[in-house]
Structures are given as structure tokens and as C-alpha cells.
Design a protein around this ligand. Structure first.
Ligand SMILES: *Cc1c(COP(=O)(O)O)cnc(C)c1O
Length: 418
């Protein structure tokens, strides 16, 4: 595969952008290659500047659940663009999107729109602290909640492949407020509550972990988190930035029938534009300014372009529930193809990961047993076969509504030849 132009562009980008990229994992370092520069994408396919056509299983890291450039979304965005990009004042569109989110996610009665998942999580945690009057939070090793200071402690995603367990530049004081427990391990949570229950404002969890590769919760784990937080006066926050509108229309809350106190959304809810959201019970969200004492704001929050992209995406998903069945079936076929090659496969609906390890992956420690050299080799082989997967063992493979039976067949064949 010819990637001459991409390589040249990367060299140019490196002159002006740290590492040549605006988000670390895009640099392809973990797979020892130079990244592809993308020109355009449509449906299930992405096209680089060297003219290569690839079946895309990155899908912008989750938002593009309908595939790329879906017609209803693009035409609605085009129309709204002509009326102005941002007003910094309320619009009817925001209420319409908020209403759709409230109707979709049982745990959300009131919702605020922000511009990134990082911002949604950071704000939800501030609300939890403001509401409980406590300072500490519990997060799980290998769960990623964006790059705000207090959440870069033992996080997943790019931090796993770049071999930086924690980021430099985060004052120790911040980390002292972030307690870490092991995913799928009840004891580790119980110990933290036993020692400091009066200080714990919230437990934040990815209900299906998807930033250390996909790691589903063990039976009863989420229910246990609901019970222990309730018992100790702490809030439970589901970070559904990946799982929201993905596992099913109502996300993990609906799938697992658990009602957390706060939910963060991102990726799909913005339909490919910078938009995220956080919400919860009216009483809890009531602590936010201008009504309450917890401050959170945003110049571009709820701008009409991002809101329209989100709205149209949700409308499509809601109108076509069969999309979820199709994605589930296609992802199941890919999972089976990986299993036949002897890989460990974890899957939750249209999210999946094949791990290059002998042991089942149930948490951070077992995820780290994956052979990342073998992963890099796999990545290159897939690319040569015209298939674009995430350039890291610790990111999910995203199946979208646009992946056709033909795409899946082609991918199954490539997997069989690994
Ligand atoms: C992607 C992600 C975030 C961060 O969202 P950004 O929009 O990248 O800031 C937070 N939490 C989870 C679970 C995510 O997958």
C-alpha cells in the first residue's frame, strides 16, 4: 500500500504540531507506522490522500455510528449553517436535543450540553462534589474519562499505548482526590469505602470499559456499585461517552437496568461534531449555576451546528431500531472470526476487541498481558488488506450501521489470513 503522501504530510505536520497530531493515539506510534492523512469518508469507507480506500472500524473513535457523512445529518447541518454558526444565546434546537436525551436515558431528568467528553466528565464530577460536599472520587484502573487533571490517574486509552501510566503536569494534590480501584473487583471498592467513606463524593465507571480494549462488566458488578454508593451517600456516575446510544438507544443504563445518579454522554450524541452532555436527577443537576452554586459554562456549548448533527443522528437511531440488531450481528461475525484464530475476544454489541493473549481479559492487568508486537503486525496486515482498525490494542473496534455484509465478509477473510 502506497502511503507516500501521508508520510510527507506527517513530516510537515511534525514541524508545527507536537508529535504531528492533535490527539496522541493518532500518531500510530504503537503500531510503528506513520499515520494516514484522510481526505474524505463516506458510509463505511475512509479515503486517504494517497487514494487508498479502507473499510473504517475506527469511525472517528465512536461518533460515526451511522457511518460517515450520512445524508440526513449532512443536509440538516448544511441548512442550519447558513443561519449562523453560533449565537451564545438559547435556541429551540437545544431544548429539542435535551428532550431527546432525557427521553432516551432513564437516569437523566435534566441535561447540560458541553463540547467534549472531557468537559462532560469534569463537570459531572464537580456537580457530584458540590452536591455531596465531599472531595474524593473513585475511578477504575484502565478506565478513561478524558484528560482533565484529576482523571488522568491510571487511565486507559492513549496512556496505555504510550506507556505513560499517569500524565506529567498533574499536581500530586489532584491525584490525592482520585482513589483507584480495579475494574470488576468488588473488594477493591469495598476497601476504599471502608477506609474513607465520609470523603467519597462519587464512583465513576465506564459501564462497559472500552478504553483498555473492550472489557464488559462482570455479572452483578454494576449493581454492586449502585448499592455501595447508595449505602455510603456517594453518587454513581456512568461515563457513557462511548456506550451511550451505542449498546442500545438507551445505553448501558437501559441495557443493564441500573439507574446511576449522573450520566455523561459524548461521541454519538454529537453525531461527529464537538458536543457532549451530562445529566441526572433534577435535584442533583439543580446545584448548577445559575440556580445553584456549582459553576460550569461554555462559549460554544449547545451551538446550533453541533446540536443539529446530534439531533439528526439520534432521530435516525430512534427511527431505525433495527440498526442495533444489524450492528450486533455483524460485530458477532467479526468476533467469531477472531476467535477462530485463537484470540481472546470481548464484545458488547457493536463494540469489540481481539486481544493477543492467552488469558481472558477482565481488567487492566489482564489487558496488559496482550502482545502489542503481535498487535502491530496485525494492524499492518489489516491495513494492507484495505481495513482500517484502531492503531492500538487498547482501543475498541467500532462497527457502524454503514458496514455492509460485503464489508464484513471482506474483513472476515482478512482475519482468516492473519
Ligand atoms: C472518549 C471518551 C472520553 C473523552 O471524550 P473527549 O470528547 O475525547 O474529550 C471520556 N470518557 C470516555 C468513556 C470516552 O470514551
Amino acid at each position: 500500500m502506497n502511503t507516500e503522501k501521508s508520510s510527507a504530510c506527517f513530516k510537515e505536520a511534525e514541524k508545527y504540531i507536537p508529535g504531528g497530531v492533535n490527539s496522541p493515539v493518532r500518531a500510530f506510534k504503537a503500531v510503528k507506522r506513520s499515520p494516514l492523512f484522510i481526505k474524505r469518508a463516506l458510509g463505511s469507507k475512509i479515503y486517504d490522500i494517497d487514494g487508498n480506500e479502507l473499510i473504517d472500524y475506527v469511525c472517528s473513535w465512536g461518533p460515526c455510528i451511522l457511518g460517515h457523512a450520512p445524508e440526513p445529518v449532512i443536509s440538516a447541518v448544511r441548512q442550519v449553517c447558513e443561519k449562523g454558526l453560533s449565537f451564545g444565546a438559547p435556541t429551540e434546537l437545544e431544548t429539542e436535543l435535551a428532550k431527546m436525551v432525557v427521553e432516551a436515558v432513564g437516569a437523566i431528568e435534566k441535561v447540560r450540553l458541553v463540547s467534549s467528553g472531557t468537559e462532560a466528565v469534569m463537570s459531572a464530577i464537580r456537580v457530584a462534589r458540590g452536591y455531596t460536599g465531599r472531595n474524593k472520587i473513585i475511578k477504575f484502573t484502565g478506565n478513561y474519562h478524558g484528560h482533565s487533571d484529576g482523571l488522568l490517574v491510571k487511565a486507559g486509552s492513549g496512556l496505555m499505548t504510550e506507556s505513560v501510566p499517569d500524565s506529567a503536569g498533574v499536581p500530586e494534590g489532584y491525584a490525592a482526590y482520585t482513589l483507584t480501584a480495579e475494574y470488576n473487583n468488588k473488594d477493591s471498592v469495598e476497601r476504599l469505602f471502608a477506609a474513607q467513606k465520609e470523603d467519597i463524593a462519587a464512583v465513576i465507571v465506564e459501564p462497559v470499559a472500552a478504553n483498555m480494549g473492550v472489557v464488559p462488566p462482570r455479572e452483578g458488578f454494576l449493581k454492586f456499585l449502585r448499592e455501595i454508593t447508595e449505602k455510603n451517600g456517594a453518587l454513581l456516575i456512568f461515563d457513557e461517552v462511548i456506550t451511550g446510544f451505542r449498546l442500545c438507544y438507551g445505553g448501558a443504563c437501559d441495557l443493564f437496568r441500573i439507574k446511576p445518579d449522573l450520566v455523561t454522554l459524548g461521541k454519538i450524541v454529537g453525531g461527529g461534531m464537538p458536543l457532549a452532555a451530562y445529566g441526572g436527577a433534577e435535584e442533583i443537576m439543580g446545584v448548577l449555576a445559575p440556580e445553584g452554586a456549582v459553576y460550569q459554562a461554555g462559549t460554544l456549548s449547545g451551538n446550533p451546528i453541533a446540536v443539529t448533527a446530534g439531533l439528526e443522528t439520534l432521530k435516525e437511531l430512534k427511527a431505525h431500531p433495527e440498526i442495533y440488531n444489524r450492528m450486533d450481528e455483524n460485530a458477532g461475525r467479526l468476533a467469531e472470526a477472531f476467535r477462530k484464530k485463537g484470540l481472546q475476544v470481548n464484545r458488547a454489541g457493536s463494540l469489540l476487541s481481539a486481544f493477543f493473549t492467552e488469558q481472558p481479559v477482565t481488567d487492566y492487568a489482564s489487558a496488559l498481558t496482550s502482545d502489542t508486537e503481535k498487535f502491530a503486525d496485525y494492524f499492518s496486515k489489516m491495513l494492507e488488506a484495505g481495513i482500517y482498525v484502531a492503531p492500538s490494542q487498547f482501543e475498541a473496534m467500532f462497527v457502524s450501521a454503514a458496514h455492509s455484509r460485503e464489508d464484513i465478509l471482506k474483513t472476515e477473510e482478512a482475519i482468516a489470513l492473519l
